[in-house]
Design a protein around this ligand. Structure first.
Ligand code: NDP
Length: 289
């Protein structure tokens, strides 16, 4: 346990992280490109470093929460020497290969890099129920594990590959963003018929809450290569998605998103898999067909 930490990057996430450390009695040193974002935290006792180099010098444990990995190179330009001996826990999200390249860069400068992927919005930071993926050197993860549990109570270490935590985070985003877009589509269609977002909220919530059952049903079948059309069929999916596209079009609502789903189903049918489960689409997507 360190009791002293540097947080670099004060967007909504970095601010919430710094606040969580202050709540736990840590000495917190901050740096942000726009210094005014530190005002409320400084009022609570955090120290604002004048330069990134000073922020790095203040603590061995440095939490980084920037918009992406490129911002790290911009932020640390001219401060590279100060990375020696630091443990940089990079909670900025980006692609796995950029995480690996950043780790090589930090290690080349004498520091240690741990990649993180936070599965929590800002209000969940500090909660015991939220979780963060980590990957990179196990020794650094174990050494600072208790400090990292201040950010989210649960930590999920995924091994030495620096890209793995970023990949696990991206897998979640692949699901999250389109799932939310599907909801926005339903809200827009409802609105076109004078139905409010609040009125459909319980039905939308119920729909998403039930998704876990589908995942649990399909995952072992997919792993076993079983795409039998005993429960659903791609041909049924094509017909259903045509209804969805037409219902949206009839209401004058943008159809780009449901049309993309329909196109994927049609590809499956045209490839001769109309009688198979729509889980067969995994194989077609995987091949880039
Ligand atoms: P942003 O993604 O908007 O990141 C803002 C931070 O990046 C600010 O500190 C900003 O500085 C800094 N920044 C941007 N460009 C540069 C640059 N060129 N040089 C230096 N600093 C730069 O805010 P969030 O806090 O929401 O997100 C931080 C990270 O956490 C992101 O990678 C995001 O994907 C991830 N994340 C966010 C979640 C969320 O719900 N918000 C949930 C899970 C992960 P300045 O203040 O000066 O603009």
């Amino acid at each position: 346990m360190s009791q002293s930490v540097t947080v670099i990057g004060l967007g909504p996430m970095g601010q919430a992280m710094a606040a969580a450390y202050l709540d736990r009695g840590y000495e917190v040193t901050l740096w942000n490109r726009t210094p005014s974002r530190a005002d409320a935290l400084v009022a609570r006792g955090a120290k604002l470093a004048e330069t990134p180099a000073q922020a790095l010098a203040a603590n061995e444990l440095v939490i980084l929460s920037l918009i992406d990995y490129d911002a790290m190179y911009t932020a640390f330009a001219g401060a590279e020497h100060a990375l020696a001996g630091r443990v940089l826990v990079n909670l900025s999200s980006d692609v796995p290969e950029k995480a690996r390249a950043a780790a090589r860069w930090v290690e080349g400068l004498g520091g240690t890099h741990l990649t993180g992927g936070v599965l929590s919005p800002p209000p969940g930071i500090g909660s015991p129920d939220m979780s963060t993926f980590y990957s990179g050197p196990r020794e650094a993860y174990e050494k600072y594990r208790a400090d990292l549990e201040v950010i989210t109570g649960q930590t999920d270490y995924r091994g030495e590959d620096q890209g793995r935590a970023a990949l696990m985070y991206q897998l979640n985003m692949v699901i999250f963003w389109p799932a939310m877009l599907a909801y926005w589509q339903a809200v827009a269609l409802a609105d076109a018929h004078g139905i409010s977002a609040s009125e459909i909220a319980p039905y939308a919530s119920g729909n998403y809450a039930g998704m876990g059952q589908f995942i649990d049903f399909y995952a072992p079948r997919i792993d076993a290569g079983n795409h039998a059309g005993d429960v659903d069929r791609i041909s049924m999916g094509v017909a259903s998605m045509e209804h969805v596209v037409h219902t949206n079009a009839d209401a004058g609502v943008d159809t780009a998103f449901p049309q993309a789903v329909l196109d994927a189903f049609r590809k499956g049918a045209e490839a001769g898999h109309g009688a198979d489960s729509f889980s067969r689409l995994v194989e077609l997507i995987r091949k880039g067909a």
